[in-house]
Design a protein around this ligand. Structure first.
Ligand code: SAM
Length: 263
């Protein structure tokens, strides 16, 4: 069971979201618990204030240290001190699937959602064990980043995804991007499903999918290829792609590109 405690001034953002999709499934299977702590419950004034003006002036407000420290004290007093206290911030290290895998193996984590201009730095100095960014852009609050992280963890917890829907074939799990998928009908808008997928030949389908994943990664995210585990057949296929289209790798998907049908 992974226990995730979210510290936020906007707890209602979690009400519907944790009751849907894989987060709901993980909670129902008792693999995940999500505790949402309202920082306003730890404010010490009648207006339940959690922010204040920044010293030195400037626009915007700052999340005060006291409510966060008090909330953490309360968790400790309940015997629920988290193993990791994570601050969500655009200044953190960019979150990856490898981070998701590592966090999913923890027993308990806390996610601190900043708001306004950010949090008082003494929170970071005194409580935070790790800072995570979900990408190089600025959100108005850490709640959306927390939900991204919770969703990515829920689907990695044992027994949450069915074997068919396994996370192992998803992008990044093996270091590659995932390939293309098709469902019925066999032909739509003049486009046919690749014949090999209808063939019933498991080994040919496996090879086709592997080549698809290699080719997509080669075209869209060649930086990932360095860290991916590959066998001789994979390397031979990448060499064939490079021969076919010298100077092509490193692109990203441009309009009109077709990278389906990798064999
Ligand atoms: N002044 C901060 C800065 O420039 O680094 C940005 C503050 S932002 C408007 C408010 C809050 O949203 C942050 O404290 C953080 O919790 C959250 N946030 C914004 N962008 C984020 C990102 N890319 N990843 C994770 N959290 C983010």
């Amino acid at each position: 069971m992974l226990e995730v405690t979210v510290l936020t001034a906007f707890p209602r953002l979690f009400v519907a979201t944790v009751d849907e999709g894989m987060i709901r499934v993980a909670r129902e299977k008792a693999r995940l618990a999500v505790h949402v702590v309202d920082l306003r419950d730890y404010s010490d004034d009648a207006h339940r204030t959690v922010d204040d003006y920044p010293y030195g002036g400037g626009a915007g407000m700052v999340l005060k240290p006291e409510p966060v420290y008090r909330a953490v004290e309360a968790l400790r007093a309940q015997g629920r001190a988290p193993e990791e206290f994570i601050h969500l911030t655009p200044q953190g290290r960019t979150y990856t699937q490898a981070d998701a895998q590592a966090l999913s193996e923890r027993g308990s984590i806390a996610l601190l959602c900043g708001r306004y201009k950010g949090v008082d730095e003494r929170i970071v100095e005194g409580l935070v064990t790790r800072e995570i960014s979900i990408g190089d852009y600025v959100l108005s609050g850490g709640e959306f980043a927390a939900l991204v992280i919770i969703d990515s963890l829920a689907r990695l917890l044992p027994g949450v995804l069915g074997t068919f829907d396994s996370a192992e074939s998803d992008s990044f799990a093996s270091g590659l991007l995932d390939g293309a998928y098709y469902t019925r009908p066999e032909e739509y808008a003049g486009r046919r499903v690749p014949a090999v997928l209808l063939s019933g030949h498991h080994e040919e389908i496996r090879r086709y999918r592997r080549r698809e994943a290699l080719e997509r990664t080669w075209r869209r995210r060649p930086d990932l290829l360095r860290g991916a585990s590959m066998d001789d057949e994979d390397r031979a296929y990448l060499a064939e792609l490079a021969r076919r289209e010298p100077g092509r790798s490193g692109g990203g998907k441009a309009a009109g590109d077709s990278d389906e049908g990798g064999s």
